[in-house]
Design a protein around this ligand. Structure first.
Ligand SMILES: C[S@@+](CC[C@H](N)C(=O)[O-])C[C@H]1O[C@@H](n2cnc3c(N)ncnc32)[C@H](O)[C@@H]1O
Length: 409
């Protein structure tokens, strides 16, 4: 196929009739972008996949539950022949040709009068790639371009810096430790940061990717103990944001799961600094998952309680009712609990949790040093000590902690 066979163009389909014939997985893939472009999509097919059915039920697509018939393209601006029957697809394309409607033919791209580009998005940009009938190549190149836009390797915004200033602070949950587990949005904002205030547990490798002119403040090294550190962090965020710098507060896991994110948001709000919160993948669920430890399983656990172990059960500032926790049959996920595991286990045993309750401990979840240990509640504290378990670790207590992948098959 000659390289210039197709003419790449952007169509304004808002409110215009688009006819898609077929209700299978090709339709499932094509419909979301047509819907987000505001097209008035009519789908013709005797049946649909459940996902396509969901779009119909949501009123995003009008469904004609029958086979295609000549004349169905009347009044359409654009058509897509997406059935698994080449004869039907050919008939749709023939009608489209007769009516001068551009038509995509999913089973034989070259025979349609239009082809679907591999499309990616970044901050208001739409990137489309065509490669003369090599969809895998188009998709791979599209992915590379979008990734480069996200990381800043390709500048996505060429207006002068003072016109592109992002306001304030972004509280970014950077995930449990594997640098690939930050969200796309988190990564995109990180690439725009002037200042990054980074937690000890935020993925270190992400800092390595920052341009040299980005100021990195290591929140882990701030002196004077925890309370003062938080004040210092808040003050640092506010000071830089007020000086017109875009600040990313890079936090481990999710900012609102024992992450003090809301304190930072309140401090910024009081100082009149706008905050964007980017949720993250929390280590409380993802740490265990990465190590093959589940927190729920059908018929085994109907509840998960995530508990902070930063104070002992009998500490005056503890807000946890350990006696009530001990009565639950489901899963307890204990964070910051390594140091006082013996006290938590004793509280649960005293409250009636069986001594043979399985316990799984995941150290450094999702990171190269990840280790997983399986014990029982009665001896977990001694066994963890003997195994040299150290923070950061997530402790999963409950029947799910005893399930191994080969038992689940
Ligand atoms: C202050 S809390 C922060 C939790 C974080 N906001 C989140 O959502 O994951 C720190 C605790 O999270 C857990 N943690 C964080 N990262 C971890 C990891 N990679 N592996 C195991 N536990 C982790 C440990 O229990 C650690 O003591």
């Amino acid at each position: 196929m000659p390289e210039d066979q197709h003419y790449l163009v952007g169509l304004d389909l808002a409110g215009r009739r688009v006819v898609l014939v077929g209700g299978g997985t090709v339709a499932q893939r094509r419909l979301p972008r047509l819907i987000s472009a505001g097209a008035a999509v009519e789908l013709i097919s005797p049946s649909t996949t459940p996902a396509v059915g969901g779009m119909i039920d949501a009123g995003e697509v009008v469904w004609h539950q029958r086979r295609y018939a000549d004349g169905d393209l009347d009044g359409a601006w654009y058509a897509l022949a997406c059935t698994d029957d080449p004869e039907v697809n050919a008939a749709v394309c023939a009608e489209a040709e007769r009516r001068r409607i551009f038509c995509v033919r999913a089973d034989a791209g070259i025979e349609g009068t239009a082809v679907t580009a591999a499309v990616g998005r970044h901050e208001g940009l739409v990137v489309g790639v065509l490669s003369g009938g090599q969809p895998l190549r188009s998709a791979a190149v599209r992915d590379n371009i979008v990734e480069a836009l996200h990381t800043g390797a390709i500048a996505g915004d060429l207006t002068p810096p003072d016109a592109t200033e992002l306001p304030g602070v972004a509280l970014v949950g950077a995930g449990p430790g594997d640098p690939e587990l930050i969200t796309v949005k988190g990564r995109r904002l990180l690439a725009r940061a002037d200042v990054v205030v980074a937690d000890r547990l935020a993925p270190r490798e992400l800092l390595d990717e920052l341009p040299p002119d980005v100021e990195v403040v290591d929140a882990a090294k701030i002196p004077y103990g925890r309370a003062a550190s938080q004040e210092f962090i808040n003050a640092t965020l506010i000071e830089h944001a007020k000086a017109g710098r875009f600040v990313v507060r890079l936090k481990g896991g999710d900012p609102y799961v024992f992450g003090r994110g809301f304190e930072e948001l309140l401090a910024c709000a009081e100082a009149g600094v706008p905050v964007t919160v980017v949720p993250g993948i929390t280590s409380s669920i993802a740490g265990p998952a990465a190590a093959g430890v589940l927190v729920t399983h059908r018929g085994v656990a109907h509840e998960v309680v995530v508990v902070s172990g930063h104070v002992a059960p009998d500490h005056e500032s503890s807000l946890t009712d350990w006696t009530a926790l001990a009565k639950l049959r489901g899963t307890i996920v204990l964070m910051m609990g390594v140091e006082r595991l013996g006290q938590f286990a004793a509280a649960l045993l005293d409250g009636g949790r069986p001594a043979d309750t399985p316990v799984a401990i995941v150290e450094n979840g999702t990171m190269p040093a990840q280790r997983v240990h399986r014990f029982t509640l009665a001896t977990a504290a001694e066994d963890a000590k003997a195994a040299g378990v150290r923070p950061p670790a997530v402790i999963v207590i409950g029947p799910v902690a005893g399930l191994l992948p080969d038992q689940l098959r």
